[in-house]
Design a protein around this ligand. Structure first.
Ligand SMILES: Nc1ncnc2c1ncn2[C@@H]1O[C@H](COP(=O)(O)O)[C@@H](OP(=O)(O)O)[C@H]1O
Ligand SMILES: [Mg+2]
Length: 262
């Protein structure tokens, strides 16, 4: 059935790019570095073509594409990460990688989808799952498996919580939506495409989303660097924000050079 609205469009884009990535992964199974390059490039090309075909009047901000300043005057901008968790995609048998497709419309995220193709799962803003009931147990913090920020390790120690390491910003945010973790706390660097779709889906599911200082996450900014975020169950937001405010400030991280939109 053809998509009826922007939520379903976002879901279809993410799901079909994910299906393509599953094929790329199979084809390049023996060569991790070829797999990374082919995954990023082929998913980006596919999404650019589909967006151009189905939404020709909308602007696009993609991790793998050249940034076009025209997006700053556009009413609708698709913010996409064609392959989030590229490192995990390149490792055999891991399932923690994702495709992010979000739609920003006149100042706010209007729709979004996160596909986790290796699990055959796509979560989207048109049909966000109900949050599992809260349980009285140590807080579980989803955290990067390859570069866990010191802030999150200190926070877990302070709260008596547990770290749940995994790859991909989308997979971590969806772990909170799915009840596999209670919060995703990130500091030290990221771009808009890493969090736009995950944040859209998390909001639709009723989660708290903000910067680490509690201020709103803003998208389609001139500079897409958006270095920190908190996504958590709503009943934990005040406690986590208060604890984060007490943490010693880390030195500003050096910003990595970026070969795509920046
Ligand atoms: N300090 C940092 N600076 C820039 N990007 C970062 C970052 N830490 C994490 N990211 C990005 O956030 C995504 C999730 O990372 P992680 O799995 O380590 O939590 C990755 O996206 P990509 O895979 O699209 O590059 C990664 O590049
Ligand atoms: Mg990413």
């Amino acid at each position: 059935m053809p998509p009826r609205n922007d939520h379903e469009l976002a879901r279809d884009f993410a799901e079909s790019a994910g299906a393509l990535l599953v094929q790329v992964r199979g084809r390049t199974f023996a060569d991790a570095s070829a797999r990374k390059g082919a995954g990023d490039a082929e998913s980006h090309r596919f999404l650019s073509e589909r967006l151009g075909e189905l939404c020709p009047d909308d602007a696009v901000l993609s991790e793998e594409g050249a940034d076009d300043a025209a997006r700053l005057d556009a009413d609708r901008v698709w913010i996409v990460d064609p392959l989030d968790g590229t490192r995990e995609f390149s490792e055999p048998y891991r399932t923690d990688w994702a495709v992010h497709v979000a739609l920003w419309e006149r100042g706010e995220l209007a729709a979004g989808a996160v596909a986790i193709p290796a699990e055959g799962l796509t979560l989207h803003t048109g049909e966000a799952p109900a949050l599992p009931a809260a349980v009285d147990a140590p807080v579980r913090l989803a955290v990067s498996r390859s570069r866990p920020p010191a802030l999150v390790q200190d926070l877990a120690a302070q709260l008596g919580g547990e770290l749940v390491p995994m790859g991909s910003a989308g997979v971590k945010a969806m772990a909170v939506v799915r009840g596999q973790a209670d919060a995703y706390v990130h500091g030290g660097g990221q771009y808009e495409w890493d969090s736009a779709a995950p944040v859209a889906v998390a909001r639709a599911a009723g989660l708290h989303t903000s910067r680490l200082d509690g201020t709103p996450l803003r998208y389609n900014q001139p500079d897409p660097w958006l270095p920190d975020l908190l996504i958590c169950r709503p009943e934990l937001a005040d406690r986590l924000l208060a604890a984060i405010a007490e943490m010693p400030r880390e030195a500003a991280p050096s910003r990595p050079s970026h070969g795509g939109a920046h």
